[in-house]
Design a binder for this molecule. Structure first.
Ligand code: RBF
Length: 162
């Protein structure tokens, strides 16, 4: 069971995102899950003030492609942050571990390379049921949480800007 359910966050603690622009890169692998994460992220960004035209959504085939998808958004679009959404479900071969490691390292490197937040909204679960529980189920929607993180980190960055 998850120890923290950030979907139950205090909305007052989230800065307004009215003047912010975000990219969302979403993997279409396990799209039953990832599109629910996408919906949650968009609803949450809007709830905190981001307008529809300031939310740029791009799709990639699988979670492994999230890193390049996010980098392309950072290179070609002027955004305050990029939310990366995916769902990796453990199979019978070690493939899961390699893709998890690849996308985790990739997104970490993007955070260091560019001066904007790249949020890790990738579910890594043992079963599809565990993924459903985190994509609008009993453990909330991790897409919502990714959006809140993006807003908070973008606000932090802005507070540092001269
Ligand atoms: N991508 C995901 O986002 N989630 C998965 O659970 C997933 N499982 C995969 C299992 C195998 C055996 C393979 C070959 C690919 C899988 N992928 C998955 C796709 C991967 O992220 C990537 O799109 C492809 O490997 C092409 O680079």
């Amino acid at each position: 069971m998850a120890t923290t359910d950030l979907s139950a966050y205090d909305p007052e603690s989230v800065p307004s995102s009215g003047d912010m622009k975000f990219g969302i890169v979403v993997s279409d692998w396990n799209k039953e899950i990832t599109w629910a994460l996408l919906e949650g992220a968009i609803i949450t960004l809007k709830k905190h003030g981001t307008s529809e035209e300031n939310i740029l959504v791009r799709h990639v085939p699988g979670s492994f492609e999230l890193t390049l998808g996010a980098q392309l958004i950072a290179e070609y679009e002027d955004t305050d942050g990029v939310i990366c959404l995916g769902c990796l479900i453990k199979g019978e071969t070690p493939h899961f571990e390699y893709i998890c490691q690849g996308v985790t390292n990739g997104i970490t490197e993007l955070n260091i390379k560019y001066n904007i937040p790249f949020v890790f909204g990738v579910l890594t679960t043992l079963t599809i049921e565990q993924a459903r529980e985190r994509a609008g189920g009993v453990h909330g929607n991790k897409g919502d949480e990714a959006a809140v993180t993006a807003i908070k980190m973008a606000a932090l960055r802005r507070s540092m800007k001269k």
